[in-house]
Design a protein around this ligand. Structure first.
Ligand SMILES: Nc1ncnc2c1ncn2[C@@H]1O[C@H](COP(=O)(O)OP(=O)(O)OP(=O)(O)O)[C@@H](O)[C@H]1O
Length: 666
């Protein structure tokens, strides 16, 4: 909201202002409200002019707006594995506070613990992290609600490149905003954010992915990441190295935007690497970390004087940020000495007057937390997320769009499938008459139809989950959807292709091959081929979630495929398999499909021609002879179809379980 479209009014005009905001304001003070015009306005729960939770400590302390985040004696440990699950301490007794309207830079050399501290404060620490100490936001201990009230801009942006900027914002708005936000309000919010982040002209542009198909520039991607985080108008914003990868002009613009946001009352914590002097000037607070300890917190000017007081003078015309980080960094070759001097500064800061002032604020917050009843609580609890089925719908729609727009996954496969149907059909055309040679041709054609719909679909989905895993982890951890919703949505998105593709294949292939021309035989074959493709894909999905990488999944899948192929019934009779491999017949969808399709082709056939019969080369006279040769049973057709349906759900359940386990571990 610009100054021009707002005006100052006296608090004594209560009808213009939200009641709970007024009750904390001293009489006679002034607040800003939007000018009253006829354009549609956003309701309070989605307005970008945030309804700042107000609270008063008491008559002896100031009334505050926005979010005050404090932490005391914070230690963060991470599991570094090894025998006995060794824990490594990354953050060491850190205490700090950020108040509304503050743009704080979290700085330190690489590995000093900036990201760990920030993700812990934002309640986004990785699984397996142990946190000790107090972290409170407006007097309330932080918890999963932080995902709703805060934004977190990650250092690396993760997007689905096939979506446009507007589509991405739309999907995110559906997942993040309160369920009571209307369509029109959502449109207004998105439009406003596009304007604020300068992305209006790029609204219909594809985000792009990879180096070759990149459509949005690095700066635009970063702004889009900001726009997403600002959707729910967070009271506190965490930014992990937002300027990394940007040119100095874009970085300056971005930090200026953050500064403006802070001026409006948002609390902002930002890790930053080597900011230029100009950039550094925008920060009104800085926290310096050295090996997980706080070496300084306060204004940048005070940081320089604190360092000077302890013998570290910043040379003139030297970038102060570089200087501060340089003092705390570990010099190669002088590791112990530089670590000692950094620790000495941390010790000195711990007993300094700046630290005492900070401690006073922190203690006050914690004291108030023990007795307070803050409006912030009701604000947080009044949020109503979108219903689970709507979340599922959004994730499914997004997955479907991504599939449709990714030629490597959908269209090329489709064309390839049609081409394969013509090639296979042409190869077997005219060979499948009821004769001794025809028996071999029919069985060969059936096997090729099964294997064509097994291997390629199975291997093509091996990358489905590993490829989307980082984005899934980020979004699921932010509470946007559950693992079950994500898994089911992706499977549902695959489903139409998995039905249409094998159906087209079987129609072309069946009639070109000249297989048995009865509706029943065709129907069973079509059902089997569709099921084969779906079971194979389900098996691929299971392997793609069970292993961390595609090569590892392939290493286990290929031998299993060979076993399924050998036990498909065409190479060896199942009842002559060694006992050790008997179990495979129960898992081999190739066997189930082969038996059902063979039975559909040969049951009731009575007139197989035989020109030369000898004791060495007996002829098949009827379809039953053919079925007997392979130990197939006509009455097993429906059992086999059901078994494939069971395998489909079984593999998907296993796939879901593996994804859930991996998500829980990270
Ligand atoms: N899961 C983990 N297992 C083992 N060590 C870890 C883990 N996570 C972080 N660390 C270690 O903790 C330290 C702090 O890491 P962190 O990523 O917080 O540092 P940082 O200051 O953000 O570094 P950078 O500026 O390079 O991103 C590093 O030494 C890192 O190796």
């Amino acid at each position: 909201m610009s100054d021009s479209d707002s005006k100052r009014i006296d608090v004594e005009a209560p009808e213009r202002v939200e009641q709970h905001e007024l009750q904390m304001m001293p009489v006679g003070s002034t607040i800003e409200v939007p000018s009253l015009d006829s354009t549609p306005k956003l309701s309070k729960r989605n307005s970008s002019e945030r309804s700042l939770p107000l609270r008063s400590y008491s008559k002896w302390s100031p009334t505050e707006q926005g979010a005050t985040l404090v932490w005391r004696d914070l230690c963060v440990y991470t599991n570094v594995g090894g025998s006995g699950q060794r824990m490594k301490r990354i953050i060491n007794n850190s205490t700090g506070a950020i108040q509304p309207g503050t743009l704080m830079a979290l700085m330190g050399s690489s590995g000093s613990g900036k990201t760990t501290l920030m993700s812990t404060l934002a309640f986004r620490q990785p699984a397996g992290t142990v946190v000790q100490g107090d972290i409170l936001i407006n007097g309330r201990r932080i918890g999963p609600f932080m995902h709703r009230i805060s934004g977190y801009v990650y250092q690396d942006d993760l997007f689905l490149g096939s979506l446009t900027v507007l589509e991405h914002l739309n999907f995110m708005a559906h997942l993040r905003l309160d369920r009571r936000v209307s369509k029109e309000e959502r449109r207004l919010i998105i439009n406003e954010l596009l304007e604020r982040t300068g992305l209006l002209s790029a609204a219909q542009t594809r985000i792009g992915s990879g180096d070759d198909k990149k459509v949005l520039s690095g700066g635009e991607r970063k702004r889009l990441a900001f726009a997403v985080e600002l959707l729910n108008n967070p009271v506190i914003l965490f930014c992990d190295e937002p300027t990394t990868g940007l040119d100095s002009y874009s970085a300056q613009q971005l930090v200026a935007t953050l500064y403006e946001l802070a001026q409006k009352g948002t609390t902002i914590l930002c890790t930053i690497h080597q900011p230029s002097s100009q950039l550094f000037d925008n920060f009104n607070n800085v926290m310096l970390l050295a090996d997980g300890r706080v070496a300084f917190t306060g204004s940048p000017q005070h940081a320089l004087s604190f360092f000077a007081n302890h013998g570290y003078y910043c040379p003139e015309a030297y970038n102060p940020a570089d200087f501060l980080i340089g003092v705390l960094a570990t010099d190669p070759g002088y590791e112990q000495a530089s670590q000692r001097s950094a620790q000495h500064l941390c010790d000195q800061f711990a007993v300094s007057s700046a630290a005492k002032q900070r401690d006073m604020l922190v203690n006050l917050e914690i004291h108030m937390a023990q007795s307070g009843n803050f409006p912030f609580d009701t604000e947080v609890e009044s949020f109503r997320g979108v219903a689970w089925y709507k979340r599922f719908h959004v994730v499914w729609l997004r997955a479907s769009l991504t599939l449709l727009r990714d030629p490597t996954i959908q269209w090329l496969r489709f064309i390839q499938k049609i081409a394969m149907a013509f090639i296979i059909g042409a190869c077997f055309a005219g060979t499948t008459e009821p004769s001794q040679l025809g028996v071999q041709a029919v069985q060969g054609a059936l096997f090729i139809m099964i294997s064509e719909n097994t291997y390629h679909p199975m291997y093509s989905v091996l990358n489905l989950f590993p490829q989307g895993f980082p984005l899934f982890m980020r979004e699921t951890r932010s509470g946007l959807y559950s693992t079950g919703q994500y898994y089911a949505a992706n499977i549902m998105a695959l489903l139409p292709g998995m039905i249409i593709e094998p159906l087209i294949f079987v129609i072309i292939c069946y009639w070109l091959t000249g297989l048995r021309s009865t509706f029943y035989a065709f129907g069973v074959t079509a059902m089997c081929v569709v099921l084969v493709m779906n079971v194979a894909t389900a098996c691929g999905c299971f392997f793609s979630t069970a292993f961390n990488s595609v090569p590892l999944a392939m290493a286990y899948l290929v031998p299993l495929d060979y076993i399924f192929m050998i036990t498909s019934g065409i190479f060896i009779q199942v009842n002559s398999l060694p006992v050790a491999f008997w179990w495979t017949q129960f898992l081999s969808w190739m066997l189930y499909a082969n038996e059902a399709m063979t039975a559909a082709q040969w049951s009731g056939v009575q007139n197989i021609t035989c020109f030369q019969e000898s004791a060495d080369l007996p002829c098949f006279h009827t379809g039953q002879d053919v079925l007997d040769k392979y130990s197939f049973n006509e009455s097993n057709i429906y059992r086999n179809l059901l078994a494939m349906v069971g395998l489909y759900f079984g593999f998907h359940l296993l796939g879901y379980y593996c994804l859930w386990r991996r998500a829980r571990k990270l």
